[in-house]
Design a protein around this ligand. Sequence first.
Ligand code: UDP
Length: 244
Amino acid sequence: MGGRDATMVLLDENGIRCDGRKIDEPRRIMIKAGGLKNADGSAYIEFGDNKILVGVFGPRDVHPKHMSNTDTGILRVRYHMEPFSVGERKNPAPSRREIEISKVIKEALEPAVMLEKFPRTAVDVFIEILQADGGTRCAALTAASVALADAGIPMRDMVAAIAAGKVADTVILDVNNEEDQAGQADMPIGYMPSAEKITLLQLDGVLTPEEYKKCVEVGVEGCKLVYDLQKKALNDKYFGNKGD
Ligand code: UDP
């Protein structure tokens, strides 16, 4: 939590946030399943001003072979930010942050993917952040779940993700970039609704035990909204007339 612009009003006297949202209102979310013809599965998400493309490949042979596991498949995730995705050009070399987020997303997806069904193989998830505006790991995790489903990878459920947080001593849903920088807490949550299981939970900032509980509750409810949009994206592609 930075405090980059101490003068910014994050929550006004009417309970309206810096981008005009109410405290429990997510940003506009649009998810599209499919779109990349050379990938086995793909998805595109717009989550507020975040724009993210995900391509999934596999299950496929693992090279070098010693990286494979005879008992189970392996999931590999690469989260990559385009240099032009942020205001101040990002160095194209992989950053510690990108390596960490790749690991966090991989671990959040693993409980959802039935890796035991395809031993000795790998499923690769490539995440391209085209435009970033706070909450890219949640948006990317959400889109990656849809892309895995689009690839026909056996899954227990999809993981839906959104962040809860705190600004002006108030718990909010879906933290944007300004709120992330100048607010008091940011708690990204990934959730599998059918299993009622949280697979991602991070916290940057300080919360009281009550605020912590409220953030988890608000975040899980937010994930359920995201989940409906994930299902809609797959329905639109496979049962509607908007697919590829
Ligand atoms: N960000 C940036 N430059 C960077 C990395 C991040 O401007 O090199 C911005 C970007 O908008 C990102 C936000 O900072 O969404 C918050 O980053 P954080 O590490 O909290 O991850 P995120 O919220 O995107 O999951």
